[in-house]
Design a protein around this ligand. Structure first.
Ligand code: SF4
Length: 374
């Protein structure tokens, strides 16, 4: 197994019973396997691409958040252990109609970006915005990386969910209806998508929910804008800067720079390709042997790609300064051991459930995404 990343720390054991805190790798691997043997087909482990190698290796299926939620829905397993973050487990519960035990090993695995658009803030913003914009002329589009109550709000307001690979199609759907878009919660994905569709800096405004007055903007600017971008971002992708791209090009003559569209616009512009997690994986899969590819995304995905493509030179776009995701890091194997051993005893720990009302409205917004996009 690759050396453990410096930035990777099993630091948050608040919920974990004491006997599980000091488990060593060998012992927990054996215990996880023993529990899985006992649980058999009743239990499916889903591992997000940003998970640590040890979690990746015991996962039945790996992938990005939406792929994993669809896999949950397609499986017959009674217990779905979602090794990702809480909004992903919620999406799995929505897509499985609340009929399975969707379990997250640690409840501390909460995505900071999803937490930047709390429903109380969004409701207030919607009220303020629709005082100056006719509600029939604006539609919310919400990134998959959001909590279920916001997905449900999006469904109620006739909006749609998007992923980083379907954002262009979903934006076009709203624009063709001549609607203004309120995009939540990732300003960079919104900015990159609008820009790719031919819009310019004077076509959008930022809505800062922490600003005491009208989101830090003006009614006139909101009236004029085509896009209102929520002031939220992913701490991992926001860290990349154009200097990282320049330095990489100086270091390697023939390097392809590939980044995630959650990165700032100037980074995307300086790069050769921007794509979602699954598009980045495909890009690397399709690259010829011997290629040099510098990737700007969460560091564990880059590590997985390095292991899987030894014939290619895959490097981290910002070297050792590249971040792992704090939230994903909370799913440590000791937590996984705990929830699996409790399942063997018949105890379901950390089941993630979404209320029926939120589930039904979220489903409306998710289904709209599937109808419109890929
Ligand atoms: Fe959230 Fe960013 Fe972590 Fe993904 S990588 S879970 S968007 S903080």
């Amino acid at each position: 197994m690759a050396e453990t990343l410096n930035l990777f720390r099993y630091a948050h054991f608040a919920q974990l019973p004491e006997p599980y805190r000091g488990l060593e790798a060998n012992e927990r691997t054996e215990r996880i396997q023993r529990a899985l043997d006992r649980l058999g087909d009743s239990t499916l482990i889903l591992g997000h691409n940003y998970q640590h190698e040890e979690i990746y290796e015991v996962s039945d299926i790996t992938g990005d958040s939406f792929k994993l939620s669809k896999e949950a829905a397609a499986s017959d397993a009674e217990n779905i252990i979602f090794c990702g973050v809480t909004f992903m487990a919620e999406t799995a519960d929505i897509l499985t109609n609340g009929e399975r035990n969707v379990i997250i090993p640690s409840r501390e695995a909460a995505c900071p970006m999803a937490g930047m658009a709390e429903m109380v803030q969004v409701s207030q913003a919607w009220d303020e915005i629709t005082r100056v914009v006719d509600p029939d002329e604006i539609v919310p589009i919400t990134y998959m990386n959001s909590y279920a109550d916001l997905k449900a709000f999006t469904g109620r307001m006739d909006g749609a969910i998007c992923t980083s690979s379907s954002s262009h199609e979903i934006f076009e759907w709203a624009l063709e209806q001549d609607k203004k878009i309120l995009f939540l919660p990732d300003k960079h994905l919104g900015h990159n998508t609008a820009h790719d569709l031919g819009y310019h800096d004077d076509d959008w405004v930022l809505w800062n929910a922490w600003h005491p007055e009208f989101g830090g903007t003006t009614p006139e600017a909101v009236e004029d804008a085509r896009f209102i971008l929520w002031e939220g971002m992913c701490q991992v992708h926001d860290r990349f800067a154009p200097e990282h791209v320049d330095q990489m090009r100086e270091k390697h003559d023939d390097v392809d720079i590939v980044v995630h569209p959650e990165c700032p616009r100037d980074v995307v512009e300086a790069s050769d390709y921007a794509g979602s997690t699954s598009q980045i994986i495909d890009y690397v899969d399709d690259a010829p042997s011997g290629s040099t590819i510098a990737i700007g995304t969460e560091v564990h995905l880059i590590r997985h790609l390095q292991r899987e493509h030894e014939d290619k030179h895959i490097v981290q776009l910002c070297g050792e300064a590249c971040l792992d995701c704090n939230a994903m890091r909370q799913i440590d194997p000791n937590y996984l051991t705990w929830v699996l051993e409790e399942l063997v005893k018949g105890n379901v720990i950390n089941r993630v459930t979404v209320s029926k009302e939120d589930r039904d409205w979220s489903k409306v917004a998710l289904d709209r995404m599937l109808e419109i996009g890929s």
